[in-house]
Ligand binder design. Structure first.
Ligand SMILES: [Zn+2]
Ligand SMILES: [Zn+2]
Length: 330
């Protein structure tokens, strides 16, 4: 019986690589299960990291490195600007076609579909650093918050009832349900581009396999770890400006590598504002890019930082649980 169950679960996990909604009708029941690292969900991460070692076979070229860096930043912006600040928090408005394009671009980051991402992220804000928080480093430790939680079957399904505002768009539900489709097309496209460059511009020293290794595997692995640092490091490292009741922190370093997401304590206090760096020195590249997009008319109604955000006079203490007031001036 036990064996049958294990086999059935293993088969279902495999089907999930192609259809993430298969057998997930009762999300509440799945969510109620205990956390457990599931081998079949670890496998994609193992393959992603192993793919990076392909560099020893393909070598490198300036073109491949340049494309890798470009794809890292473009897709980081898609995650922060669209998956996070648009789909999860609705900090600005856009048209339905643009919304679909944003979802498509976000899906190339290989961080699953926009509805799953938003559902998990909204849940994090509601229960930040409490027992229910699925990726709290203070409750479950660094590695669980960084990667472990994604491998647990109970965190796999999307609870569409928690993202009704997004689930009313069938095109978004489609991208969410078949969430390996865009990454496969993206990787194939890079392979094809590498072939095109090799044939037409042999002087660049690019091959199809080289571009796949650099543009897909290396770029996506870096992107994954940088994004995951917001779940792990941004609740451990840095300063706290606001008493948010959780351990969210502001970190310049994390803000640089994630295009502005490192101002995580600001964000946990004012999650509905499009901007996460509240001062000129709090570099927030995603905000600058979104502001520039608003000038084109593609997005509008960017929600500003409320004046109350500037009324703080001190940083709060570094420990959790946090006192309401603190005389420790920053
Ligand atoms: Zn957080
Ligand atoms: Zn958020």
């Amino acid at each position: 019986m036990q064996n049958n169950n294990t086999r059935r679960n293993g088969f279902q996990s495999l089907v999930h690589w192609f259809d993430t909604d298969h057998g997930n009708e009762d999300v509440a029941a799945i969510r109620a299960k205990p956390d457990k690292v599931e081998f079949i969900r670890v496998l994609p991460f193992v393959l992603l990291h192993l793919g990076c070692l392909g560099v020893f076979l393909t070598g490198w070229s300036w073109t491949a490195v340049g494309i890798t860096v470009l794809l890292y930043f473009v897709r980081m912006f898609a995650i922060t600007g669209f998956y996070h600040r648009y789909f999860s928090h609705k900090t600005f408005q856009t048209s339905r076609p643009a919304q679909f394009l944003f979802a498509l671009l976000g899906a190339t980051a290989v961080q699953r579909g926009p509805l799953w991402w938003s559902y998990q992220h909204r849940h994090h804000h509601r229960h930040s650093d409490e027992d229910e928080d699925v990726h709290s480093p203070t409750i479950r430790g660094f590695w669980w918050s960084h990667i472990g939680w994604i491998t647990s079957a109970r965190n796999f399904p999307t609870d569409y009832s928690q993202v009704r505002d997004l689930a009313k768009f069938p095109e978004l539900v489609f991208l969410n349900r078949f969430d390996t489709l865009v990454p496969i097309l993206f990787a194939t496209g890079l392979f094809g581009l590498g072939h095109f460059l090799a044939v037409n511009y042999p002087g660049l020293g690019v091959t199809s396999w080289q571009l796949l290794v650099w543009g897909f595997f290396i770029s996506t692995t870096l992107l994954f770890h940088a994004t995951s640092c917001i779940n792990s490091m941004a609740h451990l490292l840095g300063r706290r400006r606001y008493d948010t009741g959780d351990n969210s922190r502001n970190s310049f370093l994390l803000a640089i590598i994630t295009l502005g997401e490192g101002w995580h304590n600001n964000h946990h206090r004012y999650m509905n504002t499009v901007r996460q760096g509240f001062y000129w020195w709090e570099i927030d590249v995603s905000y600058y890019l979104l502001k520039a997009l608003s000038w084109t008319g593609l997005i509008w109604n960017l929600k500003p930082v409320p004046l109350s955000a500037y009324e703080h006079t001190h940083s709060v203490r570094e420990t959790h649980p946090l006192p309401a007031r603190d005389s420790n001036h920053a």
